[in-house]
Design a protein around this ligand. Structure first.
Ligand SMILES: *Cc1c(COP(=O)(O)O)cnc(C)c1O
Length: 387
């Protein structure tokens, strides 16, 4: 347990479980424990909890209950969407073309790389200097043999929000399955799969104050997909394995709260974001924000500093009591600039000095102010010492 003075500013990597979520989960560890697939009363009680959670998730997504599949995490949801649809599309129609972007999370990027080894042709759409995908580029790249399109909803590293509804409309008109990784977006934006015309949408509970190790995949009725994990008949035959009942209950509760409180959370977060960005950019020479200045996640500020070692900066900040990230949690410790920062055209001299700051329930204006002072100090220190 970090000491009391430690300040957490890495909510895009994970969030603490909200107490209301924890309370909802607790009975399902030891009081209600039947297997939801069992026919007896114990099983029925658990099944009821899973059904209620599914109904709640569906309602918040503007989906039907039979369109929500529970998985073990956002990564698994991305895997099931891409593998499941790509395989089925190839089986049914011989489709082999996969269209995605160079700014996806590794859960998508590494999955399409594997599909490429299995004979799929993976094409990466261009992105602009903010990491935005242009819907016209999607339209131009779609082919009759496109098996699936996958575009990240909001980027975990640079916060940019893509025009998902516009891309959705284009894919729908061509009848091509459209997947979006909404693992970051669902914590901060109002989700609506009908408005956005998506066919598949990935969620992960631990990004919105739910437990780690549970996720969901929205799959629009009629979407061609096969199971990536086989076994029992759970989850409409698409995801075998006994349900993790307490975590599913927790995810549904956390998603309900995130979606209900979305506006209120966004207003607070945007104010703090403007405060931090304003102070850093006006004080630190050779600094830039990464991602779009406005079309971005409300709690997300990301920067690059020319000539700075991002990992060293993280360590300096950690010593000063602030926990943040260089971008994606998975990339910490890696010496080469991230794929995302390279894809938006940043020079390595800048891209290696990246910093991602993400706010949450415990962040306030005072914390942001003190944090900004530390960043200013740490960058100055590094530059003075020539790294
Ligand atoms: C965190 C994250 C994932 C992975 O989700 P897990 O539940 O941690 O597996 C996928 N995509 C994005 C955009 C993420 O931020």
């Amino acid at each position: 347990m970090p000491s009391a003075e430690k300040i957490y500013l890495d909510y895009a990597a994970s969030t603490p479980v909200d107490d209301r979520v924890l309370q909802a989960m607790l009975p399902y560890f030891s009081q209600v424990y039947g297997n939801p697939s069992s026919v007896h009363a114990f099983g029925q009680q658990s099944e009821l909890a899973v059904d209620r959670s599914r109904a709640s998730m569906a309602q918040r997504l503007n989906a039907s209950e039979d369109e929500v599949i529970f998985t073990s995490c956002g990564t698994e949801s991305d895997n099931l969407a891409l593998r499941g649809v790509a395989w089925m599309q190839r089986k049914r129609h011989g489709s082999r073309h996969i269209l995605t972007t160079p700014v996806e999370h590794h859960a998508v990027l590494h999955t399409v790389q594997l599909l490429a080894e299995q004979g799929f042709e993976v094409e990466f759409l261009p992105v602009d200097r903010f990491g935005l995908v242009e819907p016209g580029d999607v339209e131009a790249a779609l082919r009759p043999d496109t098996a699936i399109v996958s575009v990240i909803y909001a980027n975990n590293e640079i916060g940019t929000i893509n025009p998902i509804a516009e891309i959705g409309a284009i894919c729908r008109a061509m009848n091509i399955p459209f997947h979006t990784d909404a693992v970051q977006a669902a914590s901060h934006l109002q989700m609506d799969v009908v408005r956005d015309q998506v066919d598949l949408l990935s969620l992960g509970a631990h990004k919105f104050y739910g437990p780690k190790g549970v996720g969901a995949l929205y799959i629009r009725r009629g979407t061609p997909i096969e199971a990536a994990q086989t076994g029992g008949k759970q989850e409409f035959g698409l995801r075998a394995g006994t349900h993790n009942v307490p975590y599913i209950v927790g995810m549904a509760k956390a998603f309900e709260l995130a979606q209900e409180e979305v506006d209120q959370r966004a207003i607070n977060n945007c104010r703090m974001r403007e405060q931090l960005v304003g102070k850093i950019l006006s004080t630190v020479p050779a600094s830039q924000i990464t991602g779009h200045p406005e079309i971005r996640l409300p709690n997300h500020a990301s920067f690059v500093f020319e000539g700075i070692d991002g990992n060293q900066l993280l360590m300096q900040l950690d010593v000063a009591g602030f926990a943040c990230s260089s971008g994606s949690a998975c990339k910490t410790g890696s010496p080469s600039p991230s794929e995302v920062l390279t894809a938006i055209g940043l020079d390595p001299e800048w891209a290696l000095g990246s910093l991602r700051v993400t706010f949450g329930h415990d962040t306030n204006r005072d914390v942001v102010d003190r944090f900004a002072d530390q960043v200013i100090l740490a960058v100055e220190q590094q530059r003075r010492m020539g790294r």
